[in-house]
Write a protein that binds this ligand. Sequence first.
Ligand code: PEP
Ligand code: MN
Length: 338
Amino acid sequence: MILIFSSDAKEKDVENAVKKIESLGFHPHLSRGAIRTIVGITGDDRAIPEEEFNQLPGVEQILHVLKPYKLASRDFHPDDTLIKVNEERIGRGNFTVIAGPCSIESTEQVETIAAYLETFNLKFIRGGAFKPRSSPYSFQGLGEKGLKILRDSADRHGLAVVTEVLSAHEVELVGNYTDIFQVGARNMQNFALLKALGKAQKPILLKRSMMGKIEELLLSAEYIMKEGNERIILCERGIRTFETATRNTLDIGAVPVIKRFSHLPVIIDPSHSMGDWHYIKSASMAAIASGADGLIVEIHPDPLHAKSDGKQSLKLDNFKELFEQLVKISKVLKVKVC
Ligand code: PEP
Ligand code: MN
């Protein structure tokens, strides 16, 4: 349920409502928009007593939020959320390009990529140290050694780190190195991990699972938000369909749907959705045109010898071509590639 305050409601009316909500054992969530102040109420939906709020001064309207997710919904938070990561901003007119290797393989590999990203004035590097591979015989990542390599290169080149955490008990370890925790597709509904990340003090990049519905993705975001961490970036990375020409099917339609129902930023992963470097530029252009807030894309100095996902990784000069194309499109769309 949400309480919508009239435009002339006083500060003490809002404070009063917040106190009332707490005194009844529910949780208030304040959202101050440009025009209206809204206070969302969470708790057991069926038990929220509407009559207690009907007569409160300043309350103009009471609405029931029918979506199963609340904090992630636009009803609770009409304005787009801007995520702050150190000095950088994700969302609200920024098109954030996060690039890097699928797996961290060596100091030299990461250093080459980090130095290259710096030449574009980009601010985020990705790379996996704990890899969720489909086969237990595939390269599983360098673990903490990889995290150290990534952190060192990122610091040398003024980049923020995005890396995957696989389980709740590794949140602390990964948190010592990363700026954004990535939740991979296979973990979208690992609720123990989501709850642990809800208590973390860093933003989360939450990937949609290959069989996850948009509503389920938003409910997974809700798990994190309910624990107190509201800094979430959603990621569409392709879903499994009957089509086998691409690794997954990029659901570009997810972008306007998510934007309609949620205030959280949403980015596209063209690499894991398409699965082949030939299609990355096209999928990335679709991403920026669709209104997505950014990209997370795999690049590698030598894709042929990559330890994972070489087939879908862009060579550095192909990344340059993509970047230049994005900058051209961004001028028409009036967004900032950063
Ligand atoms: C990745 O980003 O390296 C990855 C494993 O992605 P996903 O979880 O989308 O498969
Ligand atoms: Mn990968």
